[in-house]
Design a binder for this molecule. Structure first.
Ligand SMILES: Cc1cc2nc3c(=O)[nH]c(=O)nc-3n(C[C@H](O)[C@H](O)[C@H](O)COP(=O)(O)OP(=O)(O)OC[C@H]3O[C@@H](n4cnc5c(N)ncnc54)[C@H](O)[C@@H]3O)c2cc1C
Length: 427
């Protein structure tokens, strides 16, 4: 077995990028990618609404939650956004910036990102074996034994043994790039956590993140399809208030949209810790109770004869104005100038601090990412090498890092892959 052989478990964004970065720096070395899925890249293909939001114009450690910000900063700095863009350009994928700093391929097709990665991997002679799910990983005397459910490994020259339907591979370096638990039908079903645990790692408990929230009651259903800007906050005893701002989408199940997706991990983490968290929305972003009240008073002063629902519709979408007035049991036709103080306070409270009756999230099946995972203090941030098992490297979503919406999760995959590729080669 050659000293330089490296097996990468998982051929998603992080695994493919690690393989490419490593092979580019050391041609001739044998790099193998094993993936349990029949076809590579299912998650890349569904990302960014099928357009793959590859990264963001501005990426900072504050865009992430999970482990140490210091470690996240260090890893991101190793392959910053400009270098990521340049790398994609070399692969033939030109990117452009859209709202919120999101970078998408000019083709508007996630397929072009996946095809470019696979083409580069093929050009570099990386051996990719799909349908090879790793079921066990052991390490003894510097050698890893990697057991896969057997499928096809035609053309592979790495040492491996077949017995009773399973194949055991051997390598001196292994990169775990198995992702998290989000959208398990893509192949990322959390098996990688068990592989890491078998080699001495712990895991920070996982929860879905970047996921829609299910609401009790039927207030949301009537608003389905409506989207508008909000501030959304998670509060509770013993948790520091977290607030995000952006678009909220009412749906048949509850709420979604970027602001909700971003806050969802905080609701989940509070629940995980046994705290009761309340999620509430401010439909007049930037305004507080006093400034919101002044706004309502001003409305009734400027157009006192205007029907209340018309007046409110200058502040929030008309459908929402009607739903709020119905909820508050206030006549929508009454002239706004005749609105009493109590009713004004009632409306104001709903506009500024409407509690959402969150009963659950849509879960891993719909979550864009997984919060929790292998703790960052169990890896060396200069190499992504495990501090528990020498020769093992961890990249991407399997680690305890989750980014907000906007391309940050892929950037974590690319940057951690870059660091690991150097680490693997320097060893
Ligand atoms: C719907 C959706 C949209 C998204 N949109 C964006 C976006 O636009 N921008 C963004 O930045 N992020 C987005 N994300 C998040 C982003 O896709 C992930 O953070 C990123 O793909 C993680 O990369 P990864 O390589 O670490 O893991 P994954 O992409 O999950 O890849 C893991 C791979 O490992 C394989 N695997 C798992 N276990 C085994 C095993 N035991 N043996 C062999 N192989 C195994 C899987 O088959 C899979 O191919 C989105 C996610 C989803 C679900």
């Amino acid at each position: 077995l050659g000293e330089n052989d490296c097996v990468i478990v998982g051929g998603g964004a992080a695994g493919l990028a690690t393989a490419i970065f490593a092979a580019r720096q050391a041609t001739g070395r044998q790099i193998v990618v094993l993936d349990g899925a029949k076809k590579l890249g299912a998650k890349i293909l569904i990302s960014g609404g099928g357009r793959c939001n590859v990264t963001n114009d501005v990426v900072a450690p504050e865009d992430y939650c999970g482990g140490s910000r210091h470690v996240i900063r260090r890893v991101l700095a190793a392959l910053p956004v400009e270098q990521t863009i340049a790398w994609f350009r070399e692969l033939g994928v030109a990117l452009h910036v859209e709202a919120g700093g999101k970078l998408f391929p000019d083709s508007h097709r996630a397929r072009s990102v996946l095809d470019a990665l696979i083409a580069e991997a093929n050009r570099l002679g990386i051996q990719i074996f799909t349908g090879n799910r790793v079921t066990a990983l052991t390490h003894q005397d510097g050698l890893f034994r990697i057991t896969t459910t057997s499928d096809s490994q035609e053309g592979c020259t790495l040492t491996r043994r077949a017995s009773e339907g399973a194949v055991t591979w051997e390598a001196r370096r292994v990169v775990l790039a198995t992702g998290g638990l989000s959208v398990p039908k893509t192949g990322s079903d959390g098996a990688g956590y068990c592989l890491a645990q078998a080699l001495g790692h712990s895991t920070v408990p996982t929860t879905p993140a970047l996921v829609g929230l299910l609401l009790a009651g039927d207030f949301h259903a009537a608003l389905s399809g409506l989207s508008h800007d909000v501030e959304i906050a998670v509060r509770g005893d013993g948790i520091s208030t977290v607030c995000t701002r952006g678009s909220l989408l009412w749906t048949h199940f509850g709420v979604s949209g970027p602001a909700v997706l971003d806050i969802s991990r905080h609701w989940h983490r509070a629940e995980l810790n046994g705290q009761t968290a309340t999620v509430s929305i401010n439909m007049l972003p930037g305004l507080r109770f006093d400034s919101g009240d002044r706004r309502l008073v001003e409305l009734s002063r400027l157009q006192p004869r205007s029907a209340l629902h018309n007046a409110l519709a200058t502040l929030v979408p008309a459908r929402l104005a009607d739903a709020l007035l119905a909820k508050a049991d206030i006549d929508p036709q009454q002239p706004v100038g005749q609105l009493g103080r109590d009713d004004r306070r009632k409306i104001l409270t709903m506009l500024i601090d409407l509690p959402l009756p969150v009963r659950a999230s849509r879960g891993y099946q719909y979550a864009e990412v997984t919060a929790g995972g292998v703790p960052l203090d169990e890896i060396n941030p200069a190499t992504m090498e495990s501090r528990k098992c020498p020769g093992l490297y961890l990249v991407g979503e399997i680690l305890d890092v989750d980014g907000r919406i906007g391309g940050f999760n892929f950037q974590w995959a690319w940057s951690s892959a870059w660091v690991a590729a150097k680490g693997v080669l320097d060893k």
